[in-house]
Design a protein around this ligand. Sequence first.
Ligand code: AP5
Length: 214
Amino acid sequence: MNLILLGPPGAGKGTQAKWLEDHYGILQLSTGDMLRSEVASGSELGEQAKEVMEMGGLVSDELILNMIFSRMKHSNYKSGCILDGFPRTTPQAEALDKMLVENDIKIDHVIEMRVDDEAMVERITGRYTCSECGMGYHDSFKKPKVEEVCDNCGGIEFVRRADDNTETVRSRLSNYHEQTEPIISYYGDKGILRSVDGMQAIDEVTKQLKRVIG
Ligand code: AP5
């Protein structure tokens, strides 16, 4: 099964992708995570992406397409994947369609997570992750069961993303409305678009996803 999760920064794509991975046995492919790991490694690709990401802009389509397509063709993803953060522009959606036809791959569901912009600022500025295993948390909405200890791996070090500040979030939200929202109708026209209410609590959003996917 192949899924696309669509939604603005903070909508809960990464949070729900982790549950989908465990439940359906398919892997998450997050272009944001891939870019952050390129930046951390100091690669040429990371150098090209770093400044744009820190300003809340979108990395070039060419760079993204090269990066994601080589990963999607890897044998780990033959049984399917969850695309998180891709496609994000109409040229990316069109290039993905072409690649899918050429490789005989089908997208089963495109799921839009509907949320309000103002709530996303609070979600993003309160977000942090475990440095060991990457498990995501939130200052108000998802605290570790034992304070400052990761539920998943017992790690005690946590990190916050460089682009998770109020100013950058606003620029990311505005880019979403201008450049990513048009692809919602692109997939609506194809008849594979579904929506969930991303303003509900995390567990409730998960239940909605389960109902949509089956
Ligand atoms: P990326 O990493 O994709 O970031 P994003 O789309 O901005 O999305 P986020 O990861 O911030 O949000 P999310 O929806 O995953 O929310 P989460 O589940 O963490 O991209 C980063 C940058 O890389 C981009 O700005 C761009 O520069 C570049 N880039 C990436 N892909 C690109 C592409 N295709 N083309 C061009 N450039 C690209 O949840 C947020 C917080 O809220 C968490 O703390 C969570 O615990 C909490 N939470 C989640 N759900 C709920 C809920 N229902 N109720 C309460 N709290 C919740």
